[in-house]
Design a protein around this ligand. Structure first.
Ligand code: S3P
Length: 428
């Protein structure tokens, strides 16, 4: 569906947001292989997380979803059963990369398929380490892309260093490690989000961690727990950005996840001069608190490669913000951006150019020469990618006229409530 976007003046008010996507997935992964009941409060009922829910239901897991509350009754590490059909995972890269770690430890065969975009996303990064663990996992067409065929055959421990900092790869290996007789370790070049480690620890796994390495001792059962899923900071980022861009904005987003492996975006904005304050911080398995954001004039910045994993999903909206900060901003270490739901370097440069932004890229960096102005109205393209769509939607809200964007339904991948929450904040 195409959507018309009219500029707005400012955002105001207080909101809560649906649960974090990464954490919601993990509640199902971990609940599905724990013994007993796992409950998640504030579960994200969006397409991606529902792919994980459906996959586990197809493998015999009892999952009840009532509003924002999810309850999963797990039967332990080996309590899953062979699904009757292939498992279709839609657009969900997180499910396609993490689930094979669990499937490698089962004693049945499964084929995982995805939509057009997911079928073009590289899987060698999980195939290689899982094979090293003895798993029988292959790309069906031998091209390194989905469909993936996993023949449950048991796994052995591994010490593995990943080439890229990826929480999906790390998690896949750690989940497989739960089934291996001994200690499995993953070392990353930079720190990536650590939701899997935190939740495994909470649910009784024998896990240890240092700066860049996570290790798990296999063959220990996990037990179901009660978990609060904080609001998704990657979704909050769109409203935070709109507040930065629109004069007179002042909004508070309550109960947002503040895990330090996810707050890179806030750190970058703060050094750009953003007016952000955090209140009511609570320490839990996943820390959270309230973020208040007021409009402020921002300075350009350089984002370094080691910061990228801490804000990987926020790069599209960061490019929008940098476009209105007067001077030259550079975003380094962008190669992973090209491998997301779409090539986000291409999608963002093409769209922002349409809006009159001086933006370019090379293999490793995005360069933006920002100007303090309203964006030029334009006909924008989502490229079927939820984060490109929402980032450009925000740019269009801060533009000089009516814009359009195509294929907006992709927002449902991670944030179906985006438009309602935006209308609320714009009307206060
Ligand atoms: C995710 C990790 C990130 C992120 C994705 C969710 C996760 O991917 O981009 O949206 O839940 O583990 P990578 O691990 O590929 O960086």
């Amino acid at each position: 569906m195409n959507k018309v976007i009219k500029p707005i003046e400012r955002l105001r008010g207080e909101i809560d947001l649906p649960g974090d996507k990464s954490i919601s997935h993990r509640v199902v992964f971990i609940g599905g292989v724990s013994k007993g009941k796992t409950t998640g409060k504030n579960f994200l009922n969006a397409e991606d997380c529902m792919r994980t829910v459906s996959a586990f239901r197809s493998m015999g897991t009892d999952i009840e979803l009532k509003g924002k509350n999810i309850a999963i009754t797990g039967k332990g590490l080996n309590g899953l059963r062979k699904p009757d059909t292939e498992l279709y995972l839609g657009n969900s890269g997180t499910t396609m990369r993490i689930l094979p770690g669990i499937l490698a430890g089962q004693d049945f065969n499964v084929t995982l398929t995805g939509d057009e975009s997911l079928s073009k996303r590289p899987m060698e990064r999980i195939i290689e380490p899982l094979k090293k663990m003895g798993a029988d996992i292959n790309s069906k067409n031998n091209d390194g892309f989905p469909p993936l065929v996993i023949k449950g055959s048991g796994v052995r421990p591994v010490k593995y260093s990943t080439k890229v900092a990826s929480a999906q790869v790390k998690s896949s290996i750690l989940f497989a490690g739960l089934y291996a007789d001994g200690v499995t370790s993953v070392t990353e070049p930079f720190r990536s989000r650590d939701h899997t480690e935190r939740m495994l620890d909470f649910c009784g796994a024998k896990i240890s961690r240092s700066a860049l390495t996570a290790s798990v001792e296999g063959k220990h059962e996990l037990s179901g727990k009660e978990i609060f899923i904080p609001g998704d900071i990657s979704s909050a980022a769109f409203f935070i950005a709109a507040c930065c861009l629109l004069e007179g904005s002042d909004a508070t987003i309550r109960n947002i996840g503040l895990n330090a492996t996810r707050t890179g975006f806030l750190n970058v904005l703060k050094r750009m001069g953003a007016d952000i304050s955090i209140k009511n911080k609570k320490d839990a398995v996943e820390p959270y608190g309230d973020i208040r954001i007021k409009h402020a004039r921002l300075k350009p910045t350089v984002v370094k490669e080691n910061e990228i994993p801490l804000l990987i999903d926020e790069v599209p909206i960061l490019a929008v913000i940098a476009s209105s900060a007067e001077g030259k901003s550079v975003i380094e270490g962008i190669s992973e951006l090209r491998l997301k739901e779409t090539d986000r370097v291409l999608s963002m440069t093409e769209n922002l150019k349409r809006m009159g932004v001086d933006i370019g890229s090379d293999k490793k960096k995005i360069f933006i020469r920002g100007k303090k102005h309203r964006f030029k109205k334009a006909d924008l393209k989502s490229f079927g990618d939820h984060r490109t769509a929402m980032a450009m939607y925000v740019a269009a809200l801060a533009s000089d006229g009516t814009s359009t964007i195509d294929d907006i339904d992709c927002v449902n991948t991670s944030f179906p409530q985006f438009f309602d929450i935006l209308s609320y904040l714009a009307s206060q």
